[in-house]
Design a protein around this ligand. Structure first.
Ligand SMILES: Cc1ncc(COP(=O)(O)O)c(C/N=C2\CONC2=O)c1O
Length: 397
């Protein structure tokens, strides 16, 4: 029903994906040159998708545009809450009270604020590594110490080192755990048993948990998401972060759901957070949750096919690469340690030698040497060209 094969021109839309890579990946300005024109790159880096958003979202935004006034806006009515909580009940069997939901322009800004609201200056933030770098940045920005708990990588299958995590969590100064559930960049969907073990350790140590669940709708077709808070309904010190931004490719509309059951923390948030919302984003997000399911289910099938294609292509053309199909996200996490040494800058190598923009392991805090992360959320023809360029560049180096 939806044409995910369509190649859409994103030039001149101020997209991070097309215009922000020099600064974000290479910390360089626009004077940085490559043997490729910008439009010749195959872009497999930042986590947004090359697919048009569902028409229902566009229609809802157009309908709101026709109201022609866009004054200060907050989510006053229950219609947005009802759309989102019904989505959570339908898809995860989880609900929460209306007053627990607060809004943020993004999950990253929310993390930056919550680390400050939760952790005292001498306290520490723990997270599993490799990690999305903004968990570390949120701690660094607030001058709170980071504690990294390396995941165990068993030939491409990642698991939690519970002994290590438990030991580090026992430090009374470690008061906040930022959980990525599902996990970026490894793509793991944590099982109920793993989530219960993590939660039990945090409850035993009276820790706060921020469960960043932004990728929770983008699972392989046979996987199901478990919100951590659903396993610990009585434990108030869990903040859940979700958003339509990854699910429906609308990160630029800057609207995220932060669920804070703890009244004191919620009070701090409401008194210190600048909480107005973009009326077009609210209209779009509500339509996404009310009517976006069919598009999402078709997207998941398309992404699964892109993962299968990637697995088969790498097996045939890069046999020493280690790659497990991610259980969630549209991000492939590929171990190239058979082809590269630890000190090589893989983002630089593939930009110059392959004309592919991707994120190298060095961008995921630690426990990630010689890995590349590939965004597979693009038309299959683009994916095929990107994989061909990557394999040719390695096989001819
Ligand atoms: C785990 C996780 N949390 C939060 C965010 C961003 O939340 P926002 O502030 O946009 O609401 C991302 C986006 N991940 C990206 C974005 O580009 N590359 C990535 O890996 C993410 O992967």
């Amino acid at each position: 029903m939806y044409n995910f094969d369509e190649i859409i021109d994103r030039r001149n839309t101020n997209a991070m994906n097309t215009d922000g890579f020099r600064d974000y990946i290479f910390h360089a300005d626009d004077s940085m040159t490559f043997p490729y024109k910008d439009e010749e790159f195959i872009r497999m880096w930042v986590a947004d998708m090359e697919f048009a958003i569902p028409q229902v979202i566009i229609d809802a935004i157009k309908e709101r545009l026709d109201r022609r006034i866009f004054g200060y806006t907050r989510i006053f009515s229950d219609t947005y809450y009802n759309a989102f909580v019904n989505w959570c009940i339908r898809r995860y069997g989880w609900s929460f009270e209306r007053k627990h939901l607060v809004m943020s322009n993004g999950i990253i800004p929310a993390l930056y604020e919550l680390v400050d609201y939760i952790c005292k200056p001498d306290e520490k933030v723990i997270f599993l590594t490799p990690s999305y770098a903004y968990f570390k940045y949120a701690a660094d920005f607030n001058h709170r110490e980071c504690v990294c708990a390396d995941l165990i990588n068993d030939n491409g299958r990642y698991s939690i080192d519970f002994d290590d995590f438990e030991r580090k969590a026992a430090d009374e100064k470690t008061t906040l755990f930022i959980l990525c559930n599902p996990h970026n960049p490894t793509g793991r969907v944590w099982t109920e048993e793993e989530l219960r073990r993590l939660g039990d350790i945090c409850v035993k140590n009276d820790m706060w948990i921020i469960s960043d669940e932004i990728h929770c709708d983008l699972l392989r077709v046979d996987k199901k998401h478990i919100p951590l808070a659903n396993l610990f309904p009585e434990y108030e010190k869990i903040v859940t972060c979700m958003a339509p931004s990854k699910t429906f490719n609308m990160a630029g509309l800057m609207l995220s759901n932060i669920i804070i059951p703890n009244a004191k923390l919620r009070e701090i948030w409401l008194s210190r957070h600048y909480n107005f919302d973009n009326p077009l984003s609210v209209a779009g997000a509500q339509a996404a949750y009310e009517e976006g399911e069919l598009w999402l289910e078709e997207l998941r099938v398309y992404l699964d096919d892109n993962f299968h294609f990637t697995r088969d292509y790498l097996a045939e053309n890069l046999p020493k690469a280690v790659f497990e199909i991610s259980e969630a996200t549209y991000l492939a996490w590929v171990n190239l340690s058979a082809y590269f040494s630890k000190d090589e800058d893989l983002s630089m190598f593939f930009a110059y030698k392959a004309g592919v923009l991707l994120e190298g392991g060095g961008m995921f805090v630690q426990n990630s040497d010689c890995f590349i992360r590939l965004n597979l959320a693009c038309p299959k023809s683009v994916l095929a060209e990107g994989l061909k360029r990557i394999c040719d560049a390695i096989n001819t180096k």
